[in-house]
Design a protein around this ligand. Sequence first.
Ligand SMILES: Cc1ncc(COP(=O)(O)O)c(C=O)c1O
Length: 442
Amino acid sequence: MNLNISGYGDDLTVNGVRIGDLTPLEHEEIEKTKGGQNYSPLENVVVSHVKDSSTLVCRKPDKNNVASYIEEEIIDGLCCYSAVNQGQLNQTIVDAVVRHLEDEKLPTVPRSIRHKYMSAFLMAVTSLTGMDRVVPKVAGVESWELTFKLCRRWGYQVKKIPKDKAIVLGATGNFHGRSLSAISMSDDADAQRDFGPFVPGIELVPYNDIDALKEKFEKKGDLIAAYSVEPIQGEAGVIVPNDNYWKEVRKLCDQYNVLLAMDEVQTGFGRTGENFAHQLFGVKPDLMGCGKAAGGGILPVSFVAGRDDVVGTLTPGSEGSTFGGYPLASVVGVYAIKVLVDQQLAKNAKIRGTQLLDHFNEMKSEFPDKIKEIRGKGLLTAFEMHDEKKLDGHKVSMELMNKGVYAKETHHSTVRIAPALTIESWQIDDLAECIRDVIKEL
Ligand SMILES: Cc1ncc(COP(=O)(O)O)c(C=O)c1O
């Protein structure tokens, strides 16, 4: 093996190739030949670094010299699918990390020995969520995966469902990540193709359809351990259920002794104008999973928080994770919460979200032949275009990039806009103006 690595930043050099010398096209080539083809990123652009909490500095091909590139500032309209609610490089979190590594000096120990920061994490999360117990994990999908296991275990041990008969109900259009059980719940053909056989004991009901849920509970309520669901569906294109849906779901779950398990990986941490989306609807789940912004945009941090009788079914050996709640992640997790609370991110999401949705509604009035629907809560927003060939979400994303905004389509005709919750008023106006200009030209 001949491997030589040196330098930092643009000078990072691997086997003689200096990263700062690579054009966007060369980056794409390397990814296409050496990476898994499981994403299709926007063409002709590579992020170099961030300038401030909502501004990315991107490299694009230099029109006059193909062997080179230019740098441009881009407003980040997506903030890593809500992983950076606190804004890029939030100073409070960065200071905590640097101080933790340089002064406090406790990066990594396993869960088989206690470390002092775990207590801080458990106290902060239980206070924030109002839940009895919490288990730290790493990726968002792992929090859902553990939720799924807990629903089954509670079903057998507490609800007394006969062995191996438990059903976990999901909703059509769901997205919970990419693990085998998460895709077993999915109804997206691309996510499932040739990955079977799938995990049994999963059934789906139409999202936001209380009658369908009632019918399912009436037929199979004795075997259903949980309804595991997103309070607002993010990947499906920001689908907000009817005002009363969750209250009625909560009632039905209580009536049939079924757990309500909510996946707040994308909707949590202030995104929708409350700390957690379920608070918008005046209900409390029995179990909830969080990820993304739980790590403050710095580290992958996730967790499951829930009722004592549900999380309490865990026993040593039944669950674990090397990096779930390791010291550095615990510190980042605590400071991600501190910023959420101290900087009143949910309140800002509500104010800026209203401002953005007002712009979108104006845009819909101006272009009713192009914009079909505006959806959103807080700063989790989307506009859906009519289903016509020329109204293409990918084209909109590309044109937005040309005008200095990063956003990405979900499905063919919907574009989700979910910037950092620290975004300022003038940035919302700029962002909305760019979107309007792009829609006008379609
Ligand atoms: C609702 C929801 N759950 C789970 C996940 C998976 O999170 P991760 O990609 O961190 O595994 C996502 C990611 O977008 C999500 O939106």
